[in-house]
Each structure stands twice: as structure tokens, then as C-alpha cells.
Design a protein around this ligand. Structure first.
Ligand code: MLT
Length: 389
């Protein structure tokens, strides 16, 4: 069989596979190096007690013939969909929420929903799965560059005609958050030019202060936007795998048919629903007690991010982000490229980072540093930044 030519459009390895590969090569040459992992944004704190208990309880229930369940509804169990709608989208219904096995999987399934003819635009830099999943459909995305002098935002005038626009707020990797005005302008623009916004809010629980956590906080967004949410970073459940996608009833194609009906059809075909264990964990996470436990985890990650940010500043880096997301976007005139900066951090500080170019061409020259590390590693990273110039 002939190889799918779409693979020629992507790099041989996905960003985090490439980082892992280079770290592996480094470790072969430096087997005693004590590396601190501030690369991929992966949670490191133990599961909150309420989540862990829900997993144990459901596992016991599955072990008894009276309480065993097999497949659940592809859209996810209703109590969880209701809780998500009530907590995050008071103007939307549980029927507009679709439970997934994580944001990344739905990002790929959305490409199938839109089809290979759809023109996809993406914020640059942003989460690499948007661009790569588009390329695997056989086409290059339109890149909409974020500019440093716009506070790492894009100018809507640079958004070429498209059918779908992927963006995230807080932005991964820069950590910037849309203001209400920016979301209003984006929604108005999408209405005027007839495209769908895919708004990835996977990091919204890290937003501090009065900024929009969901695109649906802006009137009329349900006519133009799909939103993606995740328990990975919000509830420290990256290994448990649980997320959701909101497809409002009011979101229509140009022929006035509902997108919702096609999404339901698609997930019924490509997906058998999220694990019942993770869904029960999700319900526990959304109770008031669960939210309190999660909140203290989120604040611990943010505190660590601030410590790192200060240490980087003192070490002479220009730093951005880190206030509404557990990511710091760093730059230095010492580096002419992101990979050079990555190598510098690895060799000099024994710290793994993520090269900014991996998030899109506008990320060249930067590295992203994650605050998702345990306290002892953050303290050690700050020490190394202070003493190894
Ligand atoms: C990242 O490090 O950007 C992501 O959080 C990893 C992921 O969720 O796939």
C-alpha cells in the first residue's frame, strides 16, 4: 500500500515525542544527569482524595454483578453532563455537552467532523495538536500569528478567510488570556465571516481575576463556537483521561442544519464513550468538596510557576505568561533559536523545557517552561537558575 501522503506534512515526531527523543540521546551521553522535567505540561500531584475515592468505589461497583455496567452512552453519562453544564455553562443544557476521553482526542475527531475540504486556521503559537491533526487530514492550516507587541495576541485583520478557527485561552504556550472585549470581537468576526470558532479552554481553571473562562460568557457565542474542556489540568487527571466538548444546538452550518446532530453521529461511530471510572471521578471533581480540593492543587501549581518566573527573571531571561496558566514563555538574546535555547537549558541547568517553535513558527526563539512540577523540583530548578550562569 502507498503511504498516506499526509504524513509528509508533519514532522517525523510529534513535539513531545521529539523532546523525549532528544532527552533520551542526552541521557545516553550523560547517564548521571539529574534532570528536572519542566517540558510537557503533565500534572505531578497525587489525585485529590475525593477523586481517588470515586475511582475505588466505582471499581468495587464494577466488581459486583448487581452493580456492573458495560458500555455507557457515547455522549457520556447524564449526571456528569448536567454537572458540567450547571457549573460552567448556565445558559446551555446537558444535551449540548459531550464527554470525551480528553481534549486532544476530540481535537482530532473535530477534524473528521469538519472534513478534508474545510479551511482550518489556527492561532500561532498554540497547542501543536491543532495543526498536526489538520495536516494529517492532508492540508496545511492557515496560521494566524500572535505578536509580542500585541501581548501575544493576534490581529483579527490577519485572519484569512477560513471555515474553522482554533484558538485557546489561556493560550498554551504563552499563557495569555482573552479579555471580554477580545472575545466579543472574535465572536462578531466569526458571525460576519461565517466560520466556526473552536475555543479550547483546557486551562481556564487557572485564570485569575475577571477574565472570560468560557467563550459562552459572551452573548451569541453559542451560534458560532464549539468549546473544549478538560479534567487533565483542572483536576490533575491527565492520566485518568476525561474531557468534554460543547456543541450548542444553536450552532448551524451554512445550510441551517445543526452541527450537534453530526457530532452525535460522529462520536457514535468513532468513540464508545469515556471510561465509566473516569466519568465517576469527574462527578466527584465537580462537587463543591471536589472543587475545593482541586483549587488548592491549582494554586500550588501557580505558586510554583511564580517562583520559577522570578528565578528566570533574576537569571536574565525575558519572561511572559505564568499568571493565568502554569506556563512561562521565556526568551533571551543569547539564543537565536528555540532548539538552541532548549539545548542550553538541558546542558546548563539540566532542565527540560519545550522549544517554542514546536507550537508554531511564531514561537521561534522562545522556550516554554512548565510549572507542573513537585515543590522539591521547583526549588531545585530555582537554585540551578540562580547559581549556574
Ligand atoms: C502540553 O504540554 O502542552 C500539553 O499539556 C500536553 C497535552 O496535554 O497533550
Amino acid at each position: 500500500m502507498k503511504r498516506n501522503p499526509s504524513f509528509d506534512l508533519v514532522a517525523p515526531r510529534y513535539l513531545f515525542q521529539e523532546v523525549a527523543h532528544r532527552v533520551d540521546l542526552f541521557m545516553r551521553e550523560n547517564p548521571n544527569a539529574q534532570l528536572i522535567r519542566l517540558g510537557i505540561g503533565d500534572t505531578t500531584q497525587a489525585l485529590c482524595p475525593i477523586i481517588s475515592k470515586a475511582l475505588i468505589d466505582e471499581s468495587k461497583a464494577l466488581s459486583s454483578p448487581e452493580t456492573y455496567v458495560g458500555y455507557g452512552p457515547e455522549q457520556g453519562i447524564e449526571p456528569l453532563r448536567k454537572m458540567i453544564a450547571q457549573r460552567f455553562y448556565p445558559h446551555l443544557s446537558a444535551d449540548e455537552v459531550f464527554i470525551s476521553d480528553g481534549a486532544k482526542c476530540d481535537i482530532a475527531r473535530l477534524q473528521v467532523l469538519f472534513g478534508s475540504d474545510a479551511k482550518i486556521a489556527i492561532q500561532d503559537p498554540s497547542y501543536p495538536a491543532y495543526g498536526d491533526s489538520c495536516r494529517l487530514m492532508g492540508k496545511n492550516p492557515i496560521l494566524v500569528p500572535c505578536q509580542k507587541d500585541l501581548g501575544f495576541f493576534f490581529d483579527l485583520k490577519d485572519l484569512e478567510p477560513c471555515n474553522v478557527f482554533f484558538c485557546c485561552s489561556p493560550n498554551n504556550p504563552t499563557g495569555t488570556v482573552f479579555t471580554y472585549k477580545q472575545v466579543q470581537d472574535l465572536v462578531a468576526h466569526a458571525k460576519k465571516f461565517g466560520y466556526i470558532i473552536v475555543f479550547d479552554a483546557a486551562y481556564s481553571s487557572y485564570i485569575q481575576g475577571n477574565l472570560p473562562c468560557s467563550i459562552y460568557e459572551v452573548t451569541g457565542a453559542e451560534e458560532v463556537a464549539i468549546e473544549i474542556g478538560s479534567f487533565s489540568k483542572m483536576a490533575g487527571m491527565s492520566g485518568v483521561r476525561l474531557g468534554w466538548t460543547v456543541v450548542p444546538h444553536k450552532l448551524l452550518y451554512s445550510n441551517q442544519k445543526q452541527v450537534h446532530a453530526d457530532w452525535l453521529r460522529l462520536i457514535g461511530t468513532l468513540f464508545n464513550g469515556a471510561s465509566i471510572l473516569s466519568q465517576k471521578a469527574g462527578i466527584a471533581a465537580l462537587t463543591d468538596e471536589g472543587q475545593q480540593q482541586i483549587d488548592s492543587q491549582i494554586h500550588a501549581y501557580l505558586r510554583n510557576t511564580h517562583k520559577l518566573k522570578n528565578a528566570l527573571l533574576r537569571a536574565g531571561f525575558s519572561v511572559f505568561g505564568g499568571d493565568h496558566a502554569p506556563y512561562i514563555w521565556a526568551q533571551s538574546e543569547r539564543f537565536s533559536s528555540s532548539w538552541q535555547a532548549f539545548d542550553y537549558f538541558l546542558n546548563h541547568y539540566r532542565i527540560i523545557t519545550t522549544p517554542g517553535i514546536g507550537f508554531g513558527p511564531a514561537g521561534e526563539g522562545y522556550v516554554r517552561i512548565s510549572g507542573f512540577a513537585q515543590d522539591a523540583n521547583i526549588i531545585e530548578a530555582c537554585e540551578r537558575l540562580a547559581h549556574s550562569q
